[in-house]
Design a protein around this ligand. Sequence first.
Ligand code: EPU
Length: 354
Amino acid sequence: MEIQEQVPLSSLTTFKVGGAAQYVIHCGNVEDIKSALAFAGERALPWYVLGGGSNVLASDEGYAGVIIQPMLTGIRFEEGMEETHGNSSSVSVTAAAGEAWDPFVQACVGRELWGLENLAGIPGLVGGAPIQNIGAYGADVSQTISLVEALDTVTGEIKSFSNAECAFGYRDSIFKRTAQYIVLRVIFSLSKNAAPHTSYADLTVYQEKNGPLSTPQEIAAAVREIRARKFPDLRVSGTAGSFFKNPFITQEHYDVLLDKYPELPGFPVEIKEPASTSSEARAAVKIPLAWILDKVLDLRGHALGPVRLFEQQPLVVVAEKGATAHDVDVLGKEIEKKVFDATQIVIEREVRML
Ligand code: EPU
């Protein structure tokens, strides 16, 4: 366990903004995490779990508390018990929370295992994947998770959550709704049998140009190529990917908007039980916010000082050198107002505010 003081949050988050954290504790195992919680308790300080910092906007004032970094490592592949045509088709893969996500995906696709290929190229760590149910190019990580092992910070016990108990929703899970649990390990169920998901618009266009994608490696490579065009280079700029969630609206609301914007795309929402948020429960149509930002509001590249909406994907906020969390917040509020004024849609931030 390593305790550091006054660590700039700009160095721990991909947005690269934010003041200093009073303490940062790097935890290599569960005992370290328990000690870090005790350290915060003894000093009556709040604590916050930060993994790869790729979905967080840290405040300019910093954090007067303890940042806990669960950096547990280890990946294990185990042949599954399910028998298909005499062959075991499923492989159970256990990955610890501190493993980097994309190299983990690469290790899986490299073994020709199906399930995570569409999620290639996402920054962050394995532990963050179930928390916000990462998703891209037609896949959600919840489709492959069989179990999540987490530390219950109230009882001090390690608890296993089945897929249903994780209560996954769109960019949502029980782990996002309560800070009670700290994700330690994720167990994925991957398949040796081909199960390609290549109908997402960007992948269809890619295949029209480059030919069919038929292995997990090929799909992962295509996704990385597409992402390289749609997201800023993290080595140069600050970003946390999509800044807002795509909104869910009612069919009536969608019909009203279609009168005004006949080409507005809308995707029927699969109503899952229980829906994770009340808006998800009532709404029927998911709207790509990037379309509104681009086609209705013409905001590609819209800048406010050193922060802007990315030219290639306006749902992505980019912070250049010298930007503050305040700058990002002001731009965020401006966008929230513009979207509401044009469409009466209340949008929510996907990025977590610290
Ligand atoms: N569009 C435009 N103009 C643009 C860009 C997009 O009109 O400049 C429209 C197009 O109609 C396009 C649609 O918006 O089909 C959706 O765009 P895109 O496929 O790029 O996806 P997105 O809905 O903006 C979501 C996720 C991303 C994920 C991509 C790819 C959310 C909040 N974001 O973005 O996830 O990578 O799909 O699957 O759901 C993240 O969560 O941080 C993230 C990056």
